[in-house]
Design a protein around this ligand. Structure first.
Ligand code: 9MR
Length: 562
């Protein structure tokens, strides 16, 4: 299997900001600099220069040159870049695409909702009956029993978002996702360059609450339902066995089961409910108070039960989301509880945690569902609070961003992510590193950090070894067959492709599904991806991947022309 990667000049196929950085990558055998030309839609040369040879890039095993055409500032559509006899896919210079990407990436959550009919008038082509409300053949999420031997009660855990392309709902992962949506909103209160988040065409649109918070609430209400009266939180709820593809949520006939409580899930609720308590307070005091009570109760329960770990073998019918180290979840929860309450207990915990001063800025992703310390650190740095030594906390985020800037400068594809092998969901790791850069810009106002974010998005939108965008509907060639049981157009043409704005997980060196194993053996990291619906380890959609996509798109949308 050899992918068709098209022209060897690799660009952001969507848009560069008029005054922002504009970089491209040329794949070539040439060792000396080559001329490049930028052409407008009429084919007229509007800028030219020379490439910079960069040698062999480890992430693609290609010999590459980089091209910097940042000096060109005029907005327009249909530009191309030519070098070494090859012409890139077309692209725009303009800011509009990021406003639509911000919104499309958030609109993804409505069609992921469980427990509510998706209104075709709001999402033409995506309407479907409510999933898992107890209507046959569903066994419903309104009265879900535990796995045998785990507990003797049932809970109403209806609602929330389906995690990804499966029918499962996982507190660890719902947590980071809803937190990042709330942070995208909260940034609009604190960051100089932020603008209000766009309208999402959801059932709640038109109420007095920003749509992004209404969408976050859909998930937060579910997380609250997963809490037991003693404060502990069930790790997940999903089918007894994995369902096949395609299968619309309301047609899933399987038995649904609650899985055991875990300390990690409990702390995910503590963190998100503490954050919800402050962001919802101006809109719904009762909901804010309910969240604060749940957060405190979860915190106390986790302190009393600090090592109830989800089992790495509990993967029948759903993902495991197991995590052997929950000290970072403790730190994140304490940070959010401190920011919201100012209470000494949480302050003291934060200050004593090894995560408070640890170097969190790996060359992989700065954070993910199992590594959440950076969520706490970034919020302590960017959301106003009275923590002693806060200047050092803010400086630590800037130090992390400096590291990512160095990585970008050294990478011929301009990535802040350079871990060697690429992980499952690597595209979200790239985005989460960009959030650190964006936070550093918000803290310092220094343009290089902002420009790092602008370079990072180029990779996701086409400046990469596969010469494709990973966001459906964005870029001339883009992922569109992501693994999903209901956006399964490539298996059943009566179903849609994923909606515009859906991010694919991205290259995964681990080749953890049969399609990837058959088609991609020996792949260089950037080539470990295939836009095949059955390649769940490289090509799934997921709530924790679209969240940083929307966060970053909102950040870029706030930069105007750059
Ligand atoms: O994102 C998760 C990744 O970090 C894990 O390595 C992988 C295997 O356990 O699972 C991923 O999460 C999937 C989850 O288990 C089930 N729903 C779909 C998720 C995205 O692929």
């Amino acid at each position: 299997y050899t992918p068709d990667t098209g022209p060897r000049v690799r660009v952001n196929q969507v848009a560069y900001l008029p005054k922002g950085p504009k970089n491209a990558t040329l794949v070539t055998d040439a060792t000396d600099a080559l001329p490049w030309k930028l052409k407008d839609a009429a084919g007229k040369v509007v800028a030219q220069g020379s490439t910079t040879p960069r040698g062999v890039d480890a992430s693609s095993r290609q010999n590459v040159h980089s091209i910097d055409f940042s000096a060109y500032h005029k907005a327009g559509t249909g530009f191309t870049l030519t070098a070494d006899g090859e012409t890139s896919r077309p692209f725009d210079i303009g800011a509009d695409a990021y406003q639509s990407l911000e919104v499309d990436a958030l609109k993804f959550y409505y069609t992921q909702r469980s427990g509510i009919a998706i209104d075709d008038a709001l999402r033409p082509g995506y309407g479907r009956p409510a999933g898992h409300i107890g209507t046959a053949p569903n066994q419903g999420d309104t009265n879900v029993p535990c796995q045998p031997g785990v507990c003797d009660y049932s809970l109403d855990v209806s609602g929330g978002w389906y995690d990804a392309g499966d029918h499962g709902k996982y507190v660890v992962n719902g947590g980071i996702s809803v937190a990042q949506l709330m942070s995208e909103f909260e940034r609009t209160k604190n960051a100089a360059s932020a603008r209000p988040i766009g309208a999402l065409a959801i059932p709640e649109s038109g109420d007095d609450v920003p749509d992004v918070l209404d969408e976050a609430r859909w998930e937060q209400e579910f997380l609250l339902k997963m809490q037991r009266p003693d404060g502990m939180v069930h790790h997940k709820i999903h089918d007894e066995n994995w369902t096949g593809l395609p299968l619309l949520p309301h047609l899933d006939p399987q038995k649904r089961e609650l899985h055991p409580v875990s300390t990690a899930a409990t702390l995910n609720l503590a963190a998100t409910a503490a954050q919800a308590a402050r962001v919802f307070a101006p809109y719904d005091a009762a909901f804010a108070a309910k969240n604060l009570a749940a957060a405190k109760k979860a915190w106390a329960a986790a302190k009393a039960n600090p090592a109830i770990l989800a089992s790495p073998s509990d993967g029948n019918g759903g993902g495991t989301y197991d995590d052997a180290d929950v000290s970072d979840e403790f730190y994140w929860a304490a940070a959010e509880l401190y920011i919201t309450t100012g209470d000494a207990e949480y302050k003291n915990f934060v200050l004593a945690s090894p995560h408070h001063t640890a170097d969190l800025w790996s060359q992989g992703g700065a954070m993910d569902w199992g590594h959440v310390a950076a969520l706490g650190r970034i919020d302590l740095a960017t959301v106003p609070n009275g923590l002693p030594g806060r200047d050092a906390v803010r400086q630590s985020v800037v130090t992390g961003a400096d590291r990512y800037l160095t990585t970008i400068d050294q990478h011929p594809y301009g990535l802040p992510y350079n871990p060697g092998d690429y992980v499952w969901g690597s595209n979200s790791a790239v985005l989460n590193d960009m959030i650190v850069l964006a936070a550093a810009y918000d803290i310092t106002g220094k343009l290089p950090y902002r420009d790092g974010v602008l370079q990072g998005i180029d990779y996701l939108l086409g400046r990469n070894a596969l010469n494709q965008s990973y966001v459906t509907g964005y870029g001339e060639v883009a992922s569109k067959n992501q693994h999903s049981r209901w956006y399964a157009h490539s298996l059943d043409t009566s179903l849609p492709n994923p909606p515009h704005g859906s991010l694919a997980g991205g290259p995964n060196s681990g080749l953890q599904d049969p399609v990837a194993q058959a088609k991609l053996p020996g792949c260089a990291p950037q080539f470990c991806y295939i836009d095949d619906i059955n390649s769940y380890s490289t090509n799934e959609v997921a709530v924790n991947w679209n969240a940083p996509l929307s966060w970053v798109a909102a950040f870029i949308a706030g930069q105007g022309d750059g």
